[in-house]
Design a protein around this ligand. Structure first.
Ligand code: PMP
Ligand code: GLN
Length: 394
């Protein structure tokens, strides 16, 4: 078999923009505000617990669905954050599955729901793992654009896009890369559409604990009827500054969870046992960590945004996540990929271009209208100030 006769299942996929930009940042010694990962270490308590778990011999397979203690703690967290009504009880044993990061959860969710020939609606700019996972499940993405500066969803366009092949809608709130949030009216319209057209929702909520200015995260888990047709995905990587541990989870009604677990057991069987022990204890001992995360990141956002105030970048509002978009049209005519390369090599700051988050058809329109890149502010204040100083010279 030679390369020339091997037919790729993903002919349009190359190396991810996050890998490319981090490599370039390292190569040129630039401050890396590109790939989203925290510069902070995991909390000391969590470090000690994972150390204890490894030294104490918790190193074998755990139950495929996840360690019972961790399932219980995730259930308690969901109940506390999103289910105000005491009559609705989270049944964690039957509706939560621990996964190897949100990436695995997304993959398994698409395999669970999408059948060959199905269409799945995604909103551009969209996180890069959705489309390949949907295609490998035999589905096809229908891209609906959200437009700067508010990146709101036009639900009339969504309804016009729905047809008899439409199987699911993917939402992501708080949203990577735009830092926007869906609001209650979005969720109510989504619920109506899903029930009317017999659809499913894959809800990527990995930044659920990072929202700013007192704004509330509108989890699908708050909406009982919507939840009955949804798979809600989160990641401990974002919450506990441990992106390299690759631990996440999926919450779904029992019938969907049963199907999800069938596939999860053959993708990985179970996820990293020591981290499950450690995170279960962290969730129990330090519930305030989740409550403090928004304040912690809001301060980071404010440091970067105010340091960029006198620059020629136009800073777009960031209401959640650890990302902020900036418009560089006053600074350069380069397209966003060229601009990010130039910025990394010549100025010493790495950013992420937005165009890789768009489908080709929507890209032309995007390039004509916008010159926008993404900055990650999950960094120490000194790093953010140093980067801003360089950016203010432009
Ligand atoms: N979804 C979004 C929107 C993300 O930004 C990320 C990662 N940064 C993921 C999913 C994947 O999360 P994980 O690292 O837990 O696989
Ligand atoms: N989700 C992270 C980001 O948006 C990157 C994750 C990855 O590198 N795959 O930057």
């Amino acid at each position: 078999m030679t390369d020339s006769i091997f037919k790729s299942k993903l002919p349009n996929v190359g190396t991810s923009i996050f890998t490319k930009m981090s490599l370039l940042a390292n190569q040129y010694g630039a401050i890396n505000l590109s790939q989203g990962f925290p510069e902070f270490d995991v909390p000391d308590y969590l470090k000690s617990r994972i150390n204890e778990a490894i030294v104490g011999g918790k190193n074998q397979y755990c139950p495929s669905m996840g360690l019972p203690d961790l399932l219980h703690e995730i259930g308690a967290l969901v109940q506390r954050c999103y289910i105000e009504n005491e009559t609705r009880k989270m049944d964690a044993l039957h509706s939560v599955t621990v996964t190897s990061g949100a990436t695995e959860a997304l993959w398994v969710a698409f395999q669970t729901i999408v059948r060959p020939g199905d269409e799945v609606i995604v909103f551009d700019p969209a996180y890069d793992s959705y489309e390949p996972a949907i295609e490998l499940a035999g589905g096809r993405c229908r891209h609906v654009a959200m437009s700067a500066p508010d990146y709101a969803i036009d639900w009339n366009v969504v309804e016009n896009t729905i047809n008899h092949q439409t199987r699911a809608i993917v939402i992501n709130t708080p949203h990577n890369p735009t830092g926007t949030l869906l609001v209650q009216s979005d969720m109510e319209i989504l619920q109506k559409l899903v029930l009317k057209h017999d659809l499913y929702v894959i809800s990527d909520e990995v930044y659920e604990h990072i929202t700013f200015d007192g704004l509330r995260h509108e989890s699908v888990l708050r909406y009982p009827e919507l939840f009955m047709r949804s798979m809600v995905i989160s990641s401990f990587g974002k919450t506990f500054h441990c992106t390299g541990w690759k631990l996440g989870y999926c919450v779904a009604p029992k019938a969907l969870t049963d199907e999800f677990r069938k596939i999860h057991q053959y993708v990985t069987f179970c996820s990293f046992t020591p981290a499950q022990f450690a995170i279960a204890q962290m969730l129990k001992a330090h519930p305030q960590h989740m409550d403090e995360l928004s304040g912690f990141y809001q301060q980071k956002r404010d440091v970067l945004v105010s340091a960029l105030q006198d620059s020629r970048f136009e800073v777009l509002p960031s209401k959640g996540t650890y990302f902020v978009l900036v418009d560089y049209s006053e600074i350069s005519d380069l397209n966003d990929v060229e601009f990010c390369h130039w910025l990394t090599k010549e100025i010493g700051v790495a950013a992420i271009p937005l165009s890789p988050f768009y489908q080709a058809d929507l890209l032309n329109e995007y390039h004509q209208k916008h010159k926008i890149v993404r900055l990650c502010f999950a960094k120490h204040d000194e790093t953010l100030l140093k980067a801003a100083e360089l950016l203010c010279q432009l």
